[in-house]
Write a protein that binds this ligand. Sequence first.
Ligand code: ZN
Length: 278
Amino acid sequence: MRDINETSATLALGDLTITSLSDGHLQIPSDYFLNTQPHEREAVTPTTRIGANTWLIETKNRNVLVDAGSGSCLKERFPETGRLNWQDPDLELKRSTITDIVITHMHADHIGGLSANGNSLFPNAEIHIQAREWAFWTDPQLLSSAEDPQKPMIGLIQALAEPLKNQLTQHSGDVDLGNGIGLLLAQGHTPGHQVVHLASGREDCLLLADAVVSDKLQFSNPDITYALDSNPGDAVRTRRTLFDKIASDRITFGATHVNTTAFATLTRREKGYAFEPL
Ligand SMILES: [Zn+2]
């Protein structure tokens, strides 16, 4: 069996083992980040590299995957994505052991790796998603009413959603999945974006997904927004709430698009925070 842990970091948290798995990285135009000051823009011009982390949470009797990367669906535009290559036949045994999947939100860089050629790659898994996230992206009206530049992204997401629909458990708001695994609604980046709260033993860990997109910009200035945020105001409020909790309680966290698989914490610094990988 191929080793999927080539680029990974592992955190032991009570009865849980959490492994961050990198799906590669994406090179994003800096002008996707809004509300920036000139000196902030200059630091990341003209493009900025963001990571693409996913996670595997192992308990005594469950293997929970949090997002699955891009698969092959974004390779044309972002050639360094899809490194996890879940469609590899050598990973079939590993895929069959996944009992649960958390979809943090339905952007293609998070769900592309869950299917290949219209077939689910994790047929044994229960998929956990916020009901409002699923309803928003799969609404037939969304594609027909969208402006032309948005249509390819929406069409891709709807095609990626189709093979997953029979495995879904749809949640409304915060939910306890058992084994110390909780989901927190953290909307703003998308209508039903959720983050993962892990609590086992005496420690907590948060998997922030896209509550932060740029490690170079949004820790030091959480008010910077991202062009793909569906509600920028909510995205900022969610980011500030989560950063405040992490810094106040010295919580360990991971985030999808930071440029490291390492877990980290935050300390307050000026108007924002300093990112401190462990
Ligand atoms: Zn993302």
